[in-house]
Write a protein that binds this ligand. Structure first.
Ligand SMILES: [Zn+2]
Length: 267
């Protein structure tokens, strides 16, 4: 490995050896662009307490974030390995993938019970749209490129939004597919369903970026929900109820209540 540390968070590094040859500092800069946005929402402490290596590779499962806490990952050199899938040095591809995967790292990755995984996945999709929007503000010269880049992943979701009108209608219709296929395996690498939900929720984080911190309190050790939990309306309510009770800050609670409201869930 050839690790280059972030200038924003000293515990995060990119393995530049895994990237197509270029100035290694370019990849570090891309990581830091994403981390600047995360730092402004989550604070530095939540980032520093996680040791993360970002690597690049060519694998059908990538991009993905692996947490060391999982029994199959105990050999990892750090708490989290983030693998991206980049064949070029396109900063937009980096931003798109990294903002999703970094959000998994803050959630401590994935719920143990797959029936709740869609919530994490849609919030990570939300992270991508939000972070790229913020990067466009940080680097105005990239604004147009970012907007053009996001046209494709937004195209089908915007049609869904037009057809269904409200997230609560869409959620009721899609609940079985959210539970059974949280990463939209059959949709190829675009995820129109999750991206539509993310776009419906985007305004919540735009209006309350600090409330996004609530995702720090949704990991399994805090959720007290057992593996055998069966997915239905009741267990979804329970999930959100637990998540809400894990948060203390008013803006975090507001983030969750706004999300629940849009989904049309009453807890
Ligand atoms: Zn994901």
């Amino acid at each position: 490995m050839n690790l280059i540390k972030s200038k924003i968070v000293e515990t995060w590094a990119v393995d530049v050896e895994t990237w197509p040859e270029d100035n290694p500092d370019t990849v570090r800069q891309q990581m830091d662009d994403v981390l600047i946005v995360f730092q402004s929402c989550f604070g530095i402490d939540a980032l520093i307490e996680r040791e993360v290596i970002i690597s690049n590779g060519n694998n059908a499962d990538y991009p993905i974030a692996y947490p060391k806490r999982r029994p199959e990952n105990t050999a990892l050199p750090v708490d989290y390995m983030v693998y991206l899938f980049e064949t070029s040095n396109d900063p937009l591809r980096f931003y798109y993938q990294a903002s999703h995967e970094f959000s998994h790292v803050l959630m401590k990755c994935y719920p143990d019970n797959d029936c709740f995984k869609w919530i994490a996945e849609c919030l990570c999709a939300l992270s991508t749209f939000y972070v790229m929007e913020r990067i466009a503000t940080l680097h105005p010269h990239m604004k147009e490129r970012i907007e053009t880049y996001l046209k494709t992943p937004k195209e089908r979701p915007l049609k869904i939004i037009e057809t269904f009108g409200t997230l609560s209608k869409y959620y009721s219709a899609k609940m079985p597919s959210l539970i059974n296929d949280p990463t939209e395996e059959k949709s190829g690498n675009q995820r129109p369903r999750n991206n539509a939900i993310a776009l419906w929720l985007l305004e919540i984080v735009e209006n309350n970026p600090l409330g996004w911190e609530s995702i720090l309190h949704m990991d399994d050790s805090l959720m007290q929900l057992k593996m055998e939990v069966r997915p239905n309306n009741q267990t979804m309510k329970e999930y959100f109820r637990h998540w809400l009770s894990n948060c203390n800050a008013a803006n975090e609670k507001r983030f969750i209540s706004d999300t629940i409201k849009r989904l049309g869930i009453r807890i």
